[in-house]
Design a protein around this ligand. Structure first.
Ligand code: SF4
Ligand code: SF4
Length: 445
């Protein structure tokens, strides 16, 4: 039987237009613009300056806090500037700009196609290698992986779950790597199991990827400790808490973390990056990006170096479609609007989605008819119509806290399902940030 989570969820059209498009290597361009804010937490601090020569895989930014990470060059060439440039949203972020010369990689990176199966490293060595390679979660949050693999001493991991559900419509990056590189993904899982000292792992994959399920099951024959679990197609199947519920039946408590129920979740893309870091000494400077949308002339999956401008990606897929009205980094449910098309790809970029005016037009907002559909759809058991009412009343932060607004995972199921077209997610997101700020600043008792 296909497993799924118990509360809420919706069924948007999955629009996986690129599931048959094999991963193509995107050409290296003449300039790379590498952001120092590639991960959740404090941005990295640049350690190169104008005029420095760099190679592919060389460290160019160092972490500045516990939750931070190394940033490596994705190209070889000369640093032409270290300066603030607008990010996706148009906000200034420090970038290292590199004029590309050739494609010279650091020599410790193993570029042979051989698959390395033995894992001769201790748990500490693995975590150190992952940290030094700047690996971050590639499922959306870009949380530094070495931190997640090193839970507090009073918490014990029992299972590792790899997230291969890729429930976001349109995105097929994980689908393709599961079809094309299943063994490396599973070696990555075995490496993380060793780091966590757990002897059981699961890979959850939505049923709409039958070839990926078949390819992962075949590869998993050599990994008896790793089980491939077919999940029902239901959004947000890939939400961490939903995935844990689907696979293990365990419920992460309100305000809690997966480790509170003995689980660590990593994305399949992260697992591949872990394999490359630990077995091939390759830091995270490239990743698979789906370029898609019904208006796009050539929908494709690319292996892209970080620091590639979105505008240049468009050139490779037939140019900017005349009717494209909205650009999204990621999928339509949880992706981020790209306000600045000259911004560059990050480690966590999984997709570049173009949508037309027609596809994105918001219908006129009506009054709440108290149908309860948003509550039914909310996978976190919240009451979005009530949160909306409290948010609009203004300054009701205590009440919003009581209603657990902080548990909202910003999945957009409420917005998707509301017949009155109330922008529930937008309103809830702004107020959630405010409530979390208040909670963090509250003096500890
Ligand atoms: S966006 Fe938040 S409130 Fe809306 S359905 Fe998702 S978790 Fe619930
Ligand atoms: S789905 Fe929309 S109309 Fe229905 S109760 Fe929720 S907010 Fe009101």
């Amino acid at each position: 039987m296909k497993k799924t989570f118990k509360i809420g969820g919706v069924h948007p059209n999955d629009n996986k237009l690129t599931s048959d498009a094999i991963i193509e290597v995107f050409p290296v361009l003449d300039t790379a613009y590498i952001s120092m804010a590639q991960h959740l937490g404090a941005p990295a601090e640049p350690i190169v300056q104008k005029g420095d020569k760099v190679r592919v895989g060389q460290v160019i930014g160092k972490p500045t806090g516990f939750i931070s990470g190394f940033v490596h060059s994705s190209v070889s060439g000369t640093v032409t500037s270290v300066e603030p440039l607008p990010d996706l949203a148009g906000n200034p972020v420090t970038h290292v700009v590199i004029a590309v010369e050739g494609d010279e990689w650091c020599e410790e990176i193993d570029r042979t196609p051989d698959i390395k199966r033995d894992i001769p490293y201790s748990s500490e060595e693995i975590i150190e290698k992952i940290k030094n390679a700047g690996i971050v979660g590639l499922g959306g949050a870009a949380f530094p992986t070495h931190v997640k693999l090193n839970p507090p001493k009073d918490k014990k991991a029992e299972f590792l779950i790899l997230n291969g559900s890729e429930c976001e419509p349109y995105v097929t990056a994980d689908d393709r790597i599961m079809k094309e590189r299943p063994e490396e993904i599973l070696i990555g899982a075995a490496i993380m199991m060793k780091a966590l000292n757990v002897d059981k792992a699961f890979v959850g994959i939505e049923e709409n990827k039958p070839q990926a399920i078949a390819s992962m099951k075949k590869a998993a024959e050599a990994f008896p400790q790793i089980e491939i679990v077919t999940l029902k197609k239901k959004y947000p199947q890939g939400g961490e808490k939903q995935l844990i519920d689907s696979v293990t039946g365990r419920r992460v408590p309100s305000m809690g973390l997966p480790i509170d129920v003995g689980v660590v979740v990593q994305n399949v893309g992260t697992s591949l990056a872990v394999y490359e870091a630990v077995q091939k000494n390759q830091p995270l400077f490239e990743g698979v990006v789906t370029v898609t949308g019904h208006c796009v002339t050539e929908q494709r999956n690319f292996l892209l170096r970080i620091g590639t401008p979105f505008s240049k990606i468009l050139d490779a897929v037939g140019g900017l479609p005349k009717d494209a009205a909205k650009f999204i980094s990621g999928g339509p449910m949880m992706g981020k609007a790209v306000a600045n098309i000259d911004a560059s790809t990050l480690k966590g970029t999984s997709a570049f989605l173009l949508m037309t005016e027609e596809e994105t037009r918001r219908k006129e907002e009506g009054n709440c008819i108290r149908c309860g559909k948003c509550t039914e759809a909310c996978p976190m058991g919240l009451e979005p119509y009530l949160l909306n009412k409290l948010c609009r009343a203004g300054n009701r932060y205590d009440d919003l806290e009581k209603e657990k607004i902080f548990d909202c995972i910003e999945c957009g199921c409420c917005l998707y399902t509301c017949p009155a077209n109330i922008p529930l997610l937008d309103i809830i997101r702004i107020n959630k940030a405010e409530v979390i700020k208040i909670m963090r600043n509250r003096p500890k008792k």
